[in-house]
Design a binder for this molecule. Sequence first.
Ligand code: NAI
Ligand code: MG
Length: 358
Amino acid sequence: MTHKLAVLPGDGIGPDIVREACKVLETLRTNFGLDMAWEEAPVGGTAYDQSGHPLPEATLELARGADAVLLGAVGGPRWEALDYSVRPERALLALRKELDLFANLRPAKVFPELAGASALKPEVVAGIDIMVVRELTGGIYFGEPRGVEELPDGRRKGVNTLVYASDEIERIARVAFDIARKRSGRVCSIDKANVLESTELWREVVTDVGTREFPDVELSHMYVDNAAMQLVRAPGQFDVMVTTNMFGDILSDEASMLTGSIGLLPSASLNTEGAGMYEPIHGSAPDIAGTGKANPLATILSVGMMLRYSLDESELADRVERAVEKVLEDGLRTPDIAAEGEQAIGTAEMGDAVVAAL
Ligand code: NAI
Ligand code: MG
């Protein structure tokens, strides 16, 4: 069966980095038998310029019909003054919602050659390879009631509500346990069950799913405040972390910064059918767009995640990851990861180097 891919380059460095990721996909097709076809469509500010909407109907249709979406980045100063309803960033939220992408996977891996780039001591971050699994379509970001209201006595009250139903917890727990099976076999679930009843339910349901369906996976629990502390004290203790939307938002940013390099970090957002959207965690970097300085590795590693989680091609995923490790071992660096005085190469040269390593 031919895998159908939607490629949405977007704005700023989006087209620069996606071009390199597509070189990798093409190489996998011609040399390694990857049966896929991809189609490109505009998204974000680029789409707004062409059609007056950041997520045109045709782009959404393409994404809906695809087994996986590869996205560059959206946004930039040119579109900042636009009304919120047509801002480029709206396209991302709409895609997540329309495709029901409830599971956000954010790996934080330290490549040995780059351990020195972390804000933490190299010996603390050496070998860390964490996968944060964040629930993306529920919790306090979506719960009702919400809003700001005026009280009779003139004071104002702001309300957001942390809500989780057991089925929402079950499906994200399954994603985390499944991933752990393919990794170290350990899951740490993060909650605040000592204070928040909804996360007491979270703990109960995650435990149930683990006991019934994944007895082979080792499950532990941690309160979120302790988890935030442990991530900087001893990050090596974590493998798969699963948590709520807001805790995951914060902890995944914290975990990613342990690695010290925004240009290297991929992400995946999945739905229950296993379709997903894959994108680097960084933005459109307008400051370096079109200069050939953008690091394409986060996007290439996003292709690796796509192969693993949506296309069921884990051997090819390993191959892509090994190729990236190889170019880093060979000392190839884009400016964002080059040490002072170290020679840097451009976006296209980095893409070509990965293709050669493949
Ligand atoms: P940013 O991630 O675009 O850039 C932050 C810094 O990191 C910049 O100095 C940039 O040059 C550098 N950087 C980012 N990616 C890089 C790469 N691949 N290689 C080398 N250097 C890289 O975040 P910023 O500046 O806050 O946002 C710029 C625009 O991107 C805004 O319009 C923002 O809304 C949008 N944005 C979009 C996201 C998305 O599409 N998922 C996520 C974050 C921001
Ligand atoms: Mg965030």
